[in-house]
Design a protein around this ligand. Structure first.
Ligand code: NAP
Length: 352
């Protein structure tokens, strides 16, 4: 009798655990395989990703190495990537036919070979809107920092250069009554225009591929040719996407057309600027000053000539770096990825 109970219990126990094991292994099998190239994102988003995917994770707070990418992409259904990863033909070829989605933690997609993705029916997710305010805010911060010489002034105050108040010392051009030219009148460009308007700029000009006349009404911004914008603007702000057409659009000829008093700001991508031409323009007094959140390469080598110039402010690509924006970017990148993997509409799919 005792034996009978024991063996019945043992059989029930075995059956129960075998079915749980089966359920567990089925769930694991059904989880999509995803490659993620950084681990330093909002912890709750990372946890959710781990619970919904079989995740291969670059577990360091640095950009994933190319070797890691190439070794781990084969067979994956999705990739959660960043602007520091090159998603090119070689990587897509190595991935194989399972890859359904590339979800990038960025609004810029110049690191992704969009055509190669399209040819393979691989969806691309990106993060528009959630970082617009943060990036536009930083753009204004960098502009004021550069034109009003805030870093230089702080250094003077810190190192004894501030001996007395002086009427002409540390002066720079003000935004009030100025003409501001915005190159690339997309989400960020338009938000920059609103902010510049609040600083009482007299004229806001923009240059853009498409018309954007309705969007311009709210600030009274006027569309002009690239050349006109360069000639007329006191401040030139680059908010344009980096493409084959826009690469190096700020070159020796562009700087030569600007006013000698012009302040140039770039928070878009370093590739839009011919950096050697910018160095020359700043050294020769072709323009007054420049503020850059983006450079080529990133990080800029410590011995780079731009670091030696008092009329150049350089930030380490922190345009979208508010806590709120980075948290929202993480969530949107996750939602784009999971929806594509589950054949649901993506909240922000790149469609060109
Ligand atoms: P967006 O809305 O797509 O704006 C990009 C603008 O560039 C569009 O208005 C587009 O014109 C224009 N453009 C593209 N090609 C052009 C060309 N050949 N000539 C003239 N204009 C052209 O994107 P966004 O959200 O404002 O972001 C803009 C860029 O900022 C991103 O691409 C990204 O690289 C950069 N970004 C940097 C940071 C940072 O941390 N520093 C943060 C966020 C974004 P159409 O209207 O005709 O398309």
């Amino acid at each position: 009798m005792v034996h009978l109970i024991t063996s019945n219990t043992a059989i029930k126990f075995l059956r129960f655990n075998t079915s749980r094991l089966k359920a567990f292994s089925t769930a694991m099998m059904e989880k999509p395989e995803v490659l993620m190239t950084r681990c330093d994102i909002a912890p709750n988003v990372l946890e959710e990703l781990k619970s919904r995917c079989k995740l291969t994770l670059w577990n360091k707070e640095s950009a994933a190495s190319r070797t890691f990418l190439l070794e781990n992409i084969p067979g994956k259904s999705g990739i959660f990537c960043f602007l520091t990863d090159k998603i090119d033909k070689e990587l897509l070829d190595t991935a194989g036919p399972n890859l359904k989605v590339v979800s990038t933690f960025s609004v810029g997609y110049d690191h992704i070979d969009v055509k190669e993705c399209q040819q393979r029916n691989i969806k691309i997710g990106y993060t528009p809107d959630v970082l617009t305010e943060a990036t536009a805010e930083l753009t204004l911060g960098l502009l004021l920092c550069t034109s009003r010489r805030l870093i230089e002034a702080h250094e003077e105050a810190r190192t004894g250069g501030w001996t007395t108040w002086s009427p002409s010392w540390m002066t720079g051009p003000g935004l009030g009554e100025s003409t501001v030219g915005i190159v690339g009148f997309g989400r960020i460009g338009q938000s920059v225009a609103l902010k510049v308007k609040a600083f009482n700029a007299k004229n806001i000009l923009y240059f853009n591929r498409s018309e954007k006349q309705n969007e311009a009404k709210i600030t009274g911004a006027v569309k002009v040719s690239f050349e006109e914008l360069l000639k007329q603007s006191d401040f030139i702000i680059c908010c344009c996407a980096l493409t084959k057409e826009t690469q190096n659009m700020f070159n020796i000829e562009s700087f030569a057309k600007m006013k000698r008093t012009a302040v140039f700001i770039n928070t878009s991508r370093g590739g839009l600027v011919d950096q050697n031409a910018l160095v020359d323009a700043l050294e020769n007094g072709t323009i007054r000053a420049a503020g850059l959140d983006v450079t080529v390469p990133e990080p800029l080598p410590l011995d780079h000539r731009l670091f030696k110039m008092s009329n150049c402010t350089i930030l380490p690509h922190i345009g979208s770096a508010t806590i709120e924006a980075r948290t929202a970017m993480a969530k949107l990148t996750l939602d784009n990825l999971m929806n594509a993997l589950e054949d649901k509409p993506m909240p922000a799919q790149l469609k060109l």
